[in-house]
Design a binder for this molecule. Structure first.
Ligand code: SAH
Length: 365
């Protein structure tokens, strides 16, 4: 990873607005050229220098020789039968691959981005974690995933409204690149996505949550909880051995005090593992008095994993128990499962599902 950092040269999408201005100034170009490029890329969603028409052709070529435009290339694309979920496989400059998912809803469109190649947390029920960890993504590699889908939507006259850092990897272990990508896309003179449109999801990296609480940024925080006792959570989310629930919840309480923002907690319900009434009560006790919201998601099937989704009836009982204890709770449905674009199904290689029935997951519960 250190080697990668040392050799990777920045692309246009790695730079914020002032860095782009400095680069062009170094090359003897006036400031307004940087503004033209910024506007073309982040407002008009240009996908290459040749699409930036206000720039003279010779300048486009000069800049292109010195600064690559985009570090990612799409190599595969699958869509769910209803067309509402799309997953794209991207190749990176070092031949690694990552996946990104677009989810359309009636009144919004959300892109689920990856922040690392693989994931070091290694939750046993998640395909990404099972495949190991390779490296952090660069800022440009994160920004590029989002621009790709903003362009796709733009061609259909639609807009991207939300970005969730819930793809491959642990965003708070790639903190700087994650935050820089948000600041770049939040720029009101550029892409202009409002801070509240971003959600960072974490397995519970306490120092990262503390740092995020100190940023002056109204982004959403989601915590992948999955269990309300340390013994079970140590197994399901191995980073819990380092950051125990007491420390995690303390960090969340501090986060709420400082930001006045509600934290959301994700719980993937697994048959016979974390879905009993006792488990629900443990979570309710843990979250008592905290400004929060719980999302209960059915476990998505992952090849080779022994874990099975909790039956619907049990999920409903679980939700009821939390609500009765005063914890706002939503029972969510799986999405994009048949194209393996659901939570925990991203693994960074071409999807066999639509072409090969042996590999096809059941279309959710
Ligand atoms: N590492 C971060 C970001 C990944 S978000 C985090 O853990 O929050 C991906 C979400 O999908 C997490 O909430 C994760 O726990 C959940 N997930 C992983 N595998 C899953 C599966 N098989 N079914 C449902 N959710 C899963």
């Amino acid at each position: 990873m250190r080697f990668w950092r040392a050799v990777a040269s920045p692309t246009l999408l790695d730079l914020d607005r002032s860095e782009l201005g400095e680069k062009l100034a170094e090359w003897g170009e006036p400031r307004f050229r940087a503004d033209q490029i910024w506007h073309a890329v982040y407002r008009e969603h240009a996908s290459s220098y040749s699409a930036i028409s206000p720039l003279p052709r010779a300048l486009r070529e000069r800049v292109g020789e010195r600064l690559a435009f985009d570090p990612l290339g799409p190599v595969d694309r699958v869509a769910s039968a209803d067309g509402m979920t799309t997953k794209v496989l991207f190749s990176l400059p070092d031949q690694e691959t990552i996946e990104t998912v677009l989810m359309r809803y009636e009144s919004r469109s959300t892109v689920c981005v990856s922040t690392q190649v693989g994931c070091p947390i290694a939750c046993p029920f998640c395909a990404t974690g099972r495949a190991g960890f390779k490296r952090d993504l660069t800022v440009g590699e994160i920004v590029s995933q989002i621009l790709h889908f903003a362009r796709e939507l733009g061609e259909e006259g639609e807009r991207l409204t939300n970005v969730v850092y819930m793809g491959m990897g642990e965003p708070l272990l790639n903190y700087d690149a994650t935050l820089r990508s948000i600041r770049i896309l939040n720029d009101p003179d550029g892409f202009g996505l409002r801070a509240r449109g971003f959600t960072i999801s974490t397995a519970g990296i306490v120092p990262g949550i503390d740092r995020l609480a100190g940023e002056d940024l109204q982004v959403n925080l989601a915590v992948s909880l999955h269990a309300g006792n340390d013994r079970l959570r140590n197994l399901l989310v191995p980073t819990n051995r380092r950051y125990l629930l007491s420390a995690l919840i303390h960090a969340c309480r501090t986060y709420v005090e400082r930001t006045h923002r509600r934290v959301s907690f994700e719980v993937a319900l697994i048959d016979g593992v974390n879905d009993s009434l006792v488990h629900a009560r443990e979570i309710a006790a843990l979250l008592d008095g905290l400004l929060c919201h719980v999302n209960l998601i059915p476990l998505n099937p992952v090849d080779g994993s022994p874990f099975r989704p909790s039956p619907r009836a049990r999920r409903e009982v679980f939700a009821k128990e939390l609500r009765q204890a005063g914890v706002p709770t939503t029972l969510r449905l799986g999405r994009g499962i048949e194209v393996q674009a659901g939570c925990g199904q991203l693994r960074g290689r071409e999807t066999a599902a639509p072409h090969d029935s042996r590999d096809r997951a059941e279309p959710s519960l």
